[in-house]
Design a protein around this ligand. Structure first.
Ligand code: ZN
Length: 142
């Protein structure tokens, strides 16, 4: 599904890099995201493209029970992600064991245009970053 994207196609995460050289190798499982920010970007891209398996796989195992695949699928179906801005980050580098990324992601639904603001917490285990939790605020900008 995702491989139909061409290398010319810019990554949805807003990095300005081609998808094939940005989030695609992480979402396709060819590489592990090296930093908390890159994991966060690739999860945004996975939301934008509907890569539910990747979203679940990169959620901290102890949080997966709370994930409802059907709800994520529905969110993806009714939401168009239109932009990502990284506002702030703490730690989350290659050799760190945890990190925080603050970002804004804009999206549209049938009825509304919104901005989601989140401070996300991540941790790394055996070289793999996981999304733990976050403080989320959504505001309408329509
Ligand atoms: Zn990307």
């Amino acid at each position: 599904m995702l491989t139909s994207q061409t290398t010319e196609h810019r990554c949805p995460c807003g990095s300005r890099k081609p998808f094939a050289f940005c989030c695609e190798p992480y979402i396709e499982g060819q590489k592990l995201a090296p930093t908390a920010e890159q994991l966060m970007r690739s999860r945004y891209t996975a939301f934008a493209l509907g890569a539910i398996d990747y979203l679940i796989d990169t959620t901290a195992p102890e949080k997966r029970d709370a994930i409802d695949r059907a709800i994520i699928a529905e969110q993806i179906q009714f939401t168009t992600w239109t932009g990502l801005t990284i506002l702030n980050k703490e730690a989350g580098h290659k050799d760190d064991s945890q990190g925080m990324v603050e970002f804004e992601a804009s999206f549209e639904t049938e009825e509304d245009q919104c901005v989601l603001h989140e401070c996300s917490n991540f941790y790394a285990k055996d070289g793999k970053w996981f999304y733990l939790d976050g403080n989320v605020e959504v505001r309408s900008i329509a």
